[in-house]
Ligand binder design. Structure first.
Ligand SMILES: [Zn+2]
Ligand SMILES: [Zn+2]
Length: 261
């Protein structure tokens, strides 16, 4: 095994993904509370002291909320863009803050991260391609649509975590105020089930063994609906290419399976 990933939580109540190569354990976003992050890490058999680094996608609370409390007693580096750092209100000791930017790869004990820009209404939002020993995975949350750059970065990935935020019909008739509905639906908002289907039909190369649908809205989506929609899109593709991809849906309130690559 070169890499594994576990979603400790996913959705507007908090995102945190654990990436491991067996020795090095890295958290991508800490959007759960410090305590909850610790509790869910324990479910994976890890203590906070075993975390080597924290990597941040953008400054929204559901990705950043737990960084301060969780990292307070840890001496781990926090990899974050200048834009996200300035907008986050976080105070991270200069000796621990690692400045990153889209397009420039960085290395955490041999696990190589390539950040790339995503369309989202944050200061400098990024997603990640992560590589070790020829294995590639991608964590792509919070994006309004799958841009050409995103589709390009997802090519050749063995595992993909991709936002499948809302069902457009549920969102339209749902409880959100109109302004928020517009924000979610916009090109810098969140990716819909239809957006995922569109990517699977037109952009996906079929390489990934696992595709995990993530960041589902609890008000404007249903796990079965997201799954069905993606499944249908994959089935349409399977007449053209042989697809080995297994689909799964991450839940906000529980730790996911461990996906191994
Ligand atoms: Zn966001
Ligand atoms: Zn988010």
């Amino acid at each position: 095994m070169s890499l594994s990933l576990v979603l400790l939580g996913s959705g507007s109540s908090g995102n945190a993904t654990l990436v491991s190569d067996g020795d090095t354990h890295i958290l991508v976003d800490v959007g759960l509370s410090g305590k909850e992050t610790e509790r869910r890490l324990a479910e994976c058999g890890l203590t906070p002291q075993q975390i080597s680094a924290i990597v941040v996608s953008h400054e929204h609370g559901d990705h950043c909320r737990g960084i301060g409390p969780f990292a307070k007693h840890l001496k781990v580096p926090v990899f974050i863009t200048d834009g996200a750092y300035a907008a986050s209100g976080l105070v991270i000791d200069e000796s621990r803050r690692q400045r990153i930017e889209s397009g420039r790869a960085f290395d955490v004990h041999g696990v190589v991260f390539t950040p790339f820009a995503v369309p989202h209404d944050a200061a400098d939002p990024i997603a990640f391609r992560i590589e070790k020993s020829g294995v590639r995975i991608a964590i792509v949350l919070d994006l309004g649509y799958v841009s050409n750059l995103v589709a390009e970065r997802l090519k050749g990935c063995d595992g993909i975590v991709l936002e499948s935020n809302h069902d457009i019909r549920m969102l339209k008739v749902g409880p959100y105020p109109w302004a928020l509905k517009q924000r979610v639906m916009s090109r810098r908002g969140h990716l819909s089930n239809d957006g995922v289907s569109e990517y699977l039909t037109n952009g996906f190369d079929g390489k990934a063994s696992h595709l995990v649908l993530a960041h589902l809205s609890e008000k404007n989506n249903l796990p079965d609906l997201a799954m069905l929609s993606a499944q249908r899109a994959l089935e349409e593709r399977s007449s053209l290419v042989s697809l080995q991809t297994r689909l799964d849906v991450a839940r906000p309130d529980r730790v996911s399976a461990r996906y191994r690559f």
